[in-house]
Design a protein around this ligand. Structure first.
Ligand code: FNR
Length: 366
């Protein structure tokens, strides 16, 4: 894996290896993919302002999230159906996270079950991403299984009343390969995704089975069935962040679902400051994902107030290229880039990174 020295190189290699159905599913954004490009471009519009001769102390990337120490402020976001990328799928991904000491988030619609993932990496810090099904008993069982298997938080995805329009999946009539199933379920919930018909099999699954009538009131129900911290995933507005906190959530994951839901929404790094400002008087963690591909991206998000940052696709690319070793390579590339950034910027620990470390490019063009 040593020949790969950037996340971009892993991505390029993965895109060659993946069959079309899976490749298009993993890489696509919603409709025109404007926000998909903006997730990357918005990072590029920010400049880092290094401090010189700070008498550099030892570099420390570690931080603590809900009482758990992580080795760096970067974790893995939930992405569905990882066995399309590699036969070991989620179990390889979580093992890499365990080795690297970072958080791994398992999707509800995974191709390895909650229990398989827990067994593969008993010491990894695992979060469970939850979609709320129309059938609350199905949903309740998922949460209890995650809790029993030692998962440390529930990431409740709130940006998906219906699935976004991803044109390639419609054209491909996306369907999970027949040898795979949604491993957290039995019966039709595990295989309904195979049903072809019009358009994407995944959209048909989600739009039929997930509850689109959800309101913030549902958090109360979720809190009544679990003691785990709840991270609300998919927030793009300050007022929604406050609603989430008032409903009892413990963390806010600023996310646009990898630009796969609604095209034209802000990039996540653009949305972050509004949310950090809105929640400043609350005791809550703010996280971000979307378009993060370098250590300097992570750094910029930390400077603008994120406690930690997550990546979705980069883990898929690593997984495709080298299974567990590929994901580990992806994480170690980020770690190295982050260490260099922390040191050259003159901020050797997370506490040293203040808002003034980053400035928008427009400030330099006056
Ligand atoms: C996702 N995402 C996602 N989110 C979620 O809550 N549940 C899920 O099952 C999935 N599945 C999924 C599949 C694929 C292929 C992608 C690319 C994304 C969104 C994901 O958690 C995360 O928000 C984005 O991937 C972050 O953007 P980047 O890092 O991919 O740019």
């Amino acid at each position: 894996m040593e020949k790969y020295i950037s996340v971009k190189e892993l991505e390029d290699a993965a895109l060659v290896l993946l069959p079309k159905n899976a490749r298009d599913y993993y890489k696509s954004g919603a409709t025109e993919e404007y926000t998909l490009a903006e997730n990357r471009r918005a990072f590029q519009r920010l400049r880092i302002r290094p401090k010189c001769l700070v008498g550099l102390a030892a570099c420390d990337l570690s931080t603590t999230i809900f009482g758990e120490k992580v080795s760096m402020p970067l974790g893995i976001s939930p992405t569905a159906m990882q066995r399309m990328a590699h036969p070991d799928g989620e179990t390889a991904n979580v093992r890499a996270a365990q080795t690297e000491g970072v958080i791994y988030t398992l999707s509800t619609i995974s191709t390895s079950s909650i229990e398989e993932v827990a067994e593969a990496a008993p010491n990894a810090i695992k979060w469970f991403q939850l979609y709320i099904y129309n059938d609350r008993e199905v949903t309740r069982k998922l949460v209890l299984r995650a809790e029993q298997a030692g998962f440390k938080a529930i990431a409740l995805t709130v940006d998906t009343p219906v699935f976004g329009i991803r044109r390639a999946d419609i054209r491909n009539k996306f369907t999970l390969p027949n040898h795979l199933k949604l491993a957290n379920f039995d019966g039709h919930l595990s295989t309904k995704i195979h049903s072809t018909g019009d358009g994407s099999g995944l959209n048909n699954y989600v739009n039929n089975l997930f509850d689109k009538s959800l309101t913030w009131g549902e958090i109360k129900w979720l809190k009544s069935i679990t003691k785990l911290p709840i991270v609300v995933k998919g927030i793009l507005r300050g007022d929604d962040a406050v609603r989430a906190i008032e409903a009892g959530c413990d963390g806010i994951l600023v996310s646009n679902h990898g630009a796969r839901q609604l095209d034209g929404v802000p990039s996540t790094i653009e949305a972050l400051p509004e949310i950090v400002e809105a929640v400043k008087n609350y005791n809550v963690e703010v996280f971000l994902d979307g378009g993060v591909t370098t250590g300097t991206d992570v750094y910029k998000a930390l400077a603008l107030g994120a406690k930690m940052v997550f990546v979705g696709r980069p883990a898929i690319w690593g997984l495709t290229v080298g299974g567990e070793a590929g994901v580990q390579r992806m994480l170690s590339i980020f770690r190295k880039e982050l260490e260099y950034t922390f040191q050259i910027a003159g901020t050797p620990t997370i506490e040293d990174i203040t808002k003034d470390m980053v400035r928008h490019e427009s400030a330099y063009s006056r």
